[in-house]
Write a protein that binds this ligand. Structure first.
Ligand SMILES: Cc1cc2nc3c(=O)[nH]c(=O)nc-3n(C[C@H](O)[C@H](O)[C@H](O)COP(=O)(O)OP(=O)(O)OC[C@H]3O[C@@H](n4cnc5c(N)ncnc54)[C@H](O)[C@@H]3O)c2cc1C
Length: 217
C-alpha cells in the first residue's frame, strides 16, 4: 500500500522504584501479573518476564494486558478501512473531521482496479467527485454537506489508542488472510511497531502473522 503511513507515537512507561522511567510494556504486564501471586513482583529478570507473559497467555488471564497501551497515528487509509477500524469498541479514536478540515481529497485505489479495464472510468468518477466537492465548498455549501459527494475511497487520518489486550484481539482478527487487504496491511504495520517495543507480549502474533507469512511464500 503506497499511501499507508503508521507511526507509534506513544506507549506505556514504567516509573521505576528508584526514580527514573523505562519504556518497557512487557515489564509492566509481567509485574502487574506477578502482583497476584508474589510479594516481590518488581525488578523481575527477563526470563521471569517471558515466563509470566507466556503463562498469562496460556491461562487466558488477558485482563493483565490492559495495563499497557499503544497509540498510533495512521495516514493514507480510505474511509472503507477507517470504518472497519472504528468497529473495535475497546479502542479510542480521533479522526480528521470532514466538517472542519477543508479537504483536498485524495483517494485510495485498490490494485485490482488499478490493473483493470475499469481504471480510467474509476479515476474519472473520483476526479469528478473531487471537483464537484471543491466547487460546492467554494460556492458556500457547508463542508459537512459537500462531503456527501465523496466516495468511500477518500483518504483519511486517524489516531488510535488500544490497550495491549485490545491490540492483540484486533491483530488476531485483522492481520489474517481472511481480513480485507487494506485493514490487514494496517494491522500488520501496527503489529510490527508494537513488537519492536514489546517483543514478548507480541511474540506469538509476530511469529504467526509475520514470520509465518514469510515461510509460506
Ligand atoms: C473478517 C471479518 C469480517 C467481518 N464482516 C462483517 C460484516 O459483514 N458486517 C459487520 O457488521 N461486521 C463485520 N465485521 C466486524 C465484526 O463483526 C466486529 O464488529 C469487529 O471485528 C470488532 O470485533 P469485536 O466486537 O470482537 O471487537 P471490539 O469491539 O474491539 O471488542 C473487543 C471484545 O470486547 C468484548 N465486547 C465488546 N463490546 C461488547 C459488548 N457490547 N458485549 C459483550 N462483549 C463485548 C468482546 O469480547 C469483543 O470481542 C467483520 C470482521 C472481520 C474480522
Amino acid at each position: 500500500m503506497k499511501r499507508l503511513k503508521v507511526k507509534l507515537i506513544s506507549y506505556s512507561m514504567l516509573v521505576e522504584k528508584k526514580g527514573g522511567e523505562v519504556r518497557d510494556p512487557d515489564r509492566i504486564v509481567a509485574e502487574s501479573g506477578a502482583i497476584s501471586h508474589s510479594r516481590d513482583f518488581k525488578d523481575l529478570s527477563k526470563e521471569k518476564v517471558e515466563h509470566l507473559i507466556d503463562l498469562l497467555r496460556q491461562l487466558g488471564h488477558e485482563s493483565v494486558f490492559e495495563h499497557v497501551s499503544f497509540t498510533f497515528s495512521v495516514e493514507g487509509i480510505s474511509r472503507v478501512c477507517s470504518h472497519q477500524l472504528v468497529r473495535h469498541r475497546m479502542a479510542s479514536f480521533t479522526q480528521q473531521s470532514q466538517r472542519y478540515v477543508p479537504l483536498e481529497p485524495e483517494f485510495i485505489i485498490p490494485e485490482s482496479i488499478e490493473n483493470s479495464e475499469f481504471r480510467d472510468e474509476f479515476y474519472r468518477i473520483l476526479n469528478d467527485s473531487r471537483d464537484l466537492y471543491k466547487r460546492m465548498v467554494k460556492s458556500g455549501i457547508k463542508k459537512e454537506d459537500a462531503r456527501f459527494i465523496l466516495p468511500q475511497a477518500v483518504e483519511t487520518k486517524i489516531i488510535v489508542t488500544m490497550n495491549g489486550r485490545e491490540l492483540r484481539h484486533f491483530i488476531n482478527l485483522r492481520a489474517g488472510k481472511e481480513a480485507q487487504w487494506e485493514i490487514r496491511a494496517l494491522a500488520i504495520e501496527m503489529l510490527k511497531l508494537a513488537h519492536e517495543v514489546s517483543p514478548i507480549l507480541f511474540d506469538d502474533l509476530y511469529k504467526k502473522f509475520i514470520e509465518g507469512e514469510k515461510t509460506n511464500i
